[in-house]
Write a new protein. Sequence first.
Length: 612
Amino acid sequence: MIHWPTGFFMGDPAALPFPRGYTGNAAARKTAMENFILSASGWRRVFAADAESRDEDIGLTGKELAAAAAQVFAEFLSRRFSPAKNLSPAVGLDSRFTGPAIAEIMLRVFLLRGFTPRCLFIVPAPELMAWAAGEPELHGFAYVSASHNPVGHNGLKFGLGGSVIGGDEARLLIEDFRALAADDRRMRKLIKELSSAAKKTATRESLAAVFGEAARWKNKSRAAYEAFAVRVITGADESEAQTALREDLRGAVAARGCGIVIDFNGSARSLSIDRSLLESFGVIVKPVNARPREIAHAIEPEGEALTECREALEEARATDPRFVFGYVPDNDGDRGNIVFYDEVAGVSRILPPQELFALVCFAELAFLAGHNAGRLPPKTAVVVNDATSLRIERIAESFGAKVFRAETGEANVVTLARKLRAEGWTVRILGEGSNGGNITFPSEVRDPLATVFALLRLLYLRAPGTSLRRALEGLPRFLTLSTSGTEARRDIRTKNHGLLKERYEAIFLREWEARKTRLADFGIAGWEELNYEGITCRSGMGAAARTGAQCGGLSILLKDTTGTPRAFLWMRGSGTEPVFRISVDAEGDDSRFFAYLLDWHTGMVEEADTAS
């Protein structure tokens, strides 16, 4: 059984959700909605007192927004599963401090609408989605999380089956949420209904029952997640094939030895299967910050946030040379970036996201080929986001696979992969190189366990005796600006991204003419502009190549004399943060070329932003 840590409290069924006589605050709600970032990848805002606050209170306005979000999702489910009878959405949350307050309001709304929600309390997103995908009695899921955003942020992901809702359905759900939050009459009615229901004994007993059953559902979700993770790890549905690969990997690990450090950073993964699953394969696990909410450093697992894991790996390695790498998940546990021990340098190093994703792509394509007499199946594809390094094209080409790109956003990548599979393509590996997160079929969400086991299969089965350093040395050489780095984050004053892009394009045409001789010295002879929106990629320049708010990714491919892309300049406003990002990717290891492109691209973006 799962026992919640002492001091954790889901909510009080006897408490009123709103003060007596409270009917809502339209002005406060309007202001709050202006700071609510809404995209298919997630809905996010600061629910606590500030971005770094660890307070549990979300305030009355936060409760109103949570109620509105639950209401529009309830309406969505009622339409989807019409006639709606006894619907059971799964509800989970990451380990942020405001999660229980948001989830409690949502559960009250679901009960009000006649649903029978199944709450898991703190659970990583991949576990919740694995359970939702395999449990026919569940009708979608609501997940309370702000993923990698700072601890005072929180938000929501809504899904069906094993993935978040994307495409037009996500857009319509957002429109419904905006409309409800702006409709004072409907909000007053919803608040009154919730307050009236809370006074009834039946409601209090129903909510208490939901809280009381959380441990039971959590045990079921863990079992479902482990079974699903084994399918992903082995690439097999049949138990005999799964057992054979498990025994092979377990034997290889036992012969050579393997230790992994996990810095949970107090995330939802601290209450999941990571440690038990790895130990079942013979891996030695050293946990760090393993109590939920033991958030010791920044939540986004990049840069300085990986330092504690890196230091813990060196400490473990000093006494036990079997320790080879470690990982740090984000708060909802759908992402886990890697540190590894560099045996040549004698220190542990952070593995940059683009290189990590490239290594996993190589490992998964090699694994797929190994199950097909050394060759990939016909029509094998890799699906990535628009900010992923071109090194993925080089890796895919070496196996005979094709790369397809979607706009940044997990839902976009998953939707495109699903579409390609329906067209007869084999898509084993997909994801976003810009954050290092891979999605391995049949999963439809990033999962650090898929990353970890891809590396284990590579190191212990495909190339036994190798190291991560030697594996990395075999990858195509590229220099890439991390989209999480300081240089990639731009303060943009221009709110109209379509206008910003038009200005950028005009500046680029001018600059191309002025710089093409110098660019030829670097082997660049031509270019092509690509605009990414959802799962669509359009080649072309100007507003005709874009639609709607024109907020998708824009990429300038720089090509050599044969027409082969050798570099790109990329930009896009984030859908989940108030940030505008740029990136540069250049083949080879010529730092002068990379610096030239970065300086050029940065200057053009800044000029476009300040142009009148």
